[in-house]
Design a binder for this molecule. Structure first.
Ligand code: WTA
Length: 657
């Protein structure tokens, strides 16, 4: 294309506000009949049988939804199944020789597992876990990067009915200890290390440090990822993964029959308080829901090669690298490393080499691709792509259009999927074979999902006005509770309204949003004290308590400020104790303190020392004001503060004047 044609195209795209799904996509889409919205509404909750029908059940369920004890809903009650059997065994006859996982390491080495091979290793590791003493309902923690042994371990746990709790490998030793203690988890699967930008990183020392903070006995399995690159020694209660698997060569473990409502896994996530929340997901409802959304939204078909570039340490990887795609029998691509190693075309190289059909990634990655320039994707043949997706944070129209044009060649629908750890799977997005796409707007709620945007009284807001997202009916993939904390579950997420004498329970995701005339929802961001750094959820309280833990710090307030690449970045306002001086060294110690307590993702972008924090007359920290300062915005009236004089001082420090 000539330069002038190209710029004409750019200009047209910049103005275009709505996009229709490409005809070629619609013709082959898993779901393409718009009647589905009405069908689900008319036939609710029985409509969810369609999701359950995507699975193999050992015992059929008696009831789709039981709601006698709201909001402790139960789905597919009486049904029995096993998640590992659904992701592996049932594909063996038809697709045993097809690839389940196509893995690529950062250095370029590859490993491919057919369904047959994955089934074999999962059986062997399940037998090994049993021999180590793991029983049904014991929580097994995994602290692993993106290596194939992670999904193997998850599926092995699912096979023997032991819920897993995966802790993101980038989290700190402290974070691991907190989660293992909270879940009373006595087993850990981890590895010696992994590669980042070509260097072998030691991971086991961090795991061992974390184990030092666990207040009960533990047994650890260690995968040898780095071989000779990193010598490591195992402790008395630590066993080498390869040896274990070799000792159980050829073992067959009958999948344990689980009730639909039995826990499949726990996933810790950040909330308003400093303590992470153990979100509980179940076998029947969760697996049905992620299979259904993989089918309907990601358009996954068994013969596809599908790639979600998230990390399995987060919910996106659980739902859309492991459970959804494997339940549908497709090939799921896993990449160990960073998108710009050895060069900025790494992602496109992977798409081309494996002929990826669907790519599901995050806006933060897309913003980086945009910044690097379209010459990187242009070096590769991306014509295998049929669908593009994003998740994790709002995507601005410019980034959406760049993705649509430079990656999708204007021939792939883009699904902007809004959901959360708690929802288990996607909730608000267009269906790619049906809905008109509007860049920047996630779309309507999925069929069967009753989401609204309401004001503080719970009344629906007018189109265009900001409000809060609520979900007014339960859905199969929903969290069932917070682990061993029903009370916090009720408090954090649910509100009861009385509607014409009927009590109604409403789920609050803690996101702000607005809605268009045609029911499309635009997500505005979190309304609680959670910030979203590169699509990763962080609680400001967690970061604050890490900072206050640093010697010499008296008080801290953390807010999210806008950031071009990360979406939001951490700004830390810090008051020092008497006798401590603000200095670069102090700032470094604070950053280190945060990295030690949580991990590098929580690293403050800027540490601002101040003698006081702006407070209201009643003594509350004015976080909104601190956010505005971080964003360099005009500040409104500050005269109602107890200490208005401090504001200018802080502003000067942030802007570096
Ligand atoms: C945000 C990730 C806008 C939102 C699956 C939510 C989004 C939080 C989108 C959940 C999107 C996720 N548009 N915002 N498409 N997807 N979010 O639990 O604020 O890590 O509440 O789950 O991410 O983050 P979590």
């Amino acid at each position: 294309m000539s330069d002038s044609e190209d710029s004409q195209l750019e200009a047209r795209l910049a103005e275009q506000e709505v996009f229709e799904p490409p005809e070629s996509f619609v013709e082959q889409a898993n779901v393409s009949d718009p009647a589905i919205y009405e069908e689900f509404e008319d036939d609710w909750p029985a409509c969810w049988e369609r999701a359950a029908d995507l699975l193999d059940w050992e015992t059929e369920y008696d009831e789709v939804l039981v709601d006698d004890d709201e909001p402790f809903y139960e789905w597919f009650t009486g049904g029995e199944l096993n998640a590992s059997a659904n992701c592996l065994d049932r594909h063996l006859d038809s697709r045993g020789d097809e690839l389940a996982i196509q893995w690529e390491g950062e250095l370029g080495e590859t490993r491919a597992y057919t369904y047959e091979e994955l089934h074999r290793e999962v059986n062997e590791f399940a037998a090994a876990l049993r021999d180590l003493g793991v029983e049904e309902d014991d929580v097994v923690t995994m602290y692993m990067p993106m290596i194939p042994e992670l999904p193997v371990a998850m599926l092995a746990c699912a096979r023997i009915g032991a819920p897993h709790s995966v802790v993101f490998a980038g989290f700190s030793a402290d974070a691991l200890a907190t989660r293992m203690n909270s879940a009373e988890s006595e087993y850990l699967v981890t590895c010696d290390g992994y590669y980042r930008r070509g260097d072998g990183l030691d991971h086991l020392s961090k795991a061992n440090e974390g184990l030092g903070g666990v207040d009960h006995e533990t047994t650890t399995v260690v995968v040898d990822r780095l071989g000779d690159e990193l010598e490591h020694e195992l402790g008395a209660d630590q066993i080498d993964y390869d040896e274990l698997v070799a000792d159980h060569e050829g073992a067959a473990v009958e999948p344990v029959t689980r009730d639909a409502e039995d826990m499949l896994f726990l996933m810790y996530t950040s909330g308003t308080t400093g303590q992470p929340k153990g979100v509980k997901h179940t076998t029947g409802g969760y697996l049905s829901y992620v299979s259904w959304t993989s089918h309907a939204v990601l358009d996954v078909k068994p013969e596809d090669t599908y790639w979600c570039s998230a990390d399995i340490g987060w919910i996106t990887g659980h739902s859309y690298i492991v459970y959804g795609p494997l339940a549908l029998g497709t090939t799921s691509v896993m990449y160990e490393g960073t998108p710009d190693y050895p060069d900025k075309d790494r992602m496109w190289d992977i798409v081309e080499s494996y002929g990826v059909n669907q790519l599901y990634t995050a806006p933060t990655a897309i913003r980086a691709f945009m910044k690097w320039g379209s010459e990187y994707p242009e070096q590769h043949d991306l014509s295998s792509l049929r669908l593009l997706g994003t998740v994790g944070e709002p995507i601005n129209p410019k980034a959406w259009k760049w993705y649509y044009k430079h990656i999708g060649d204007e021939s792939c629908p883009v699904v902007d999927t809004w959901w959360q750890t708690e929802t288990g799977g996607m909730m608000i997005t267009t269906l790619p074979g049906i809905g008109t796409m509007k860049p920047g707007t996630a779309g309507p709620p999925l069929p069967g999902i009753d989401a609204q945007v309401v004001d503080t009284e719970g009344a629906e807001v007018e189109p265009g006005e900001a409000g809060y997202v609520t979900v007014n009916k339960p859905w199969p993939g929903m969290l069932r509770t917070l682990y061993k904390n029903d009370e916090r579950f009720l408090e954090e997420y649910w509100q009861e309204y009385s509607d014409e004498g009927e009590d109604e329970w409403v789920y609050f995701p803690e996101d702000g949003a607005k809605i268009d005339d045609d029911g499309y929802i635009t997500i505005l961001g979190r309304v609680d004290d959670v910030i979203n750094v590169s699509g990763h959820r962080l609680g400001t309280m967690e970061v604050e308590s890490a900072i206050v833990g640093v010697e010499g710090v008296a008080e801290a307030a953390v807010v999210g400020g806008d950031h071009d690449l990360k979406g939001e970045a951490v700004y830390a306002y810090v008051i020092l104790e008497d006798g401590y001086e603000e200095s670069e060294e102090m700032s470094d110690r604070i950053i280190e303190g945060v990295e030690d307590a949580i991990g590098p993702i929580a690293r403050p972008e800027q540490v601002i020392f101040t003698p006081e924090l702006p407070k209201t007359r009643s003594g509350k920290i004015m976080r909104r004001l601190l956010e505005d300062i971080a964003n360099g915005e005009e500040l409104g009236n500050t005269s109602t503060l107890r200490n208005p004089e401090i504001v200018e001082d802080i502003e000067r420090k942030v802007s570096g004047d």
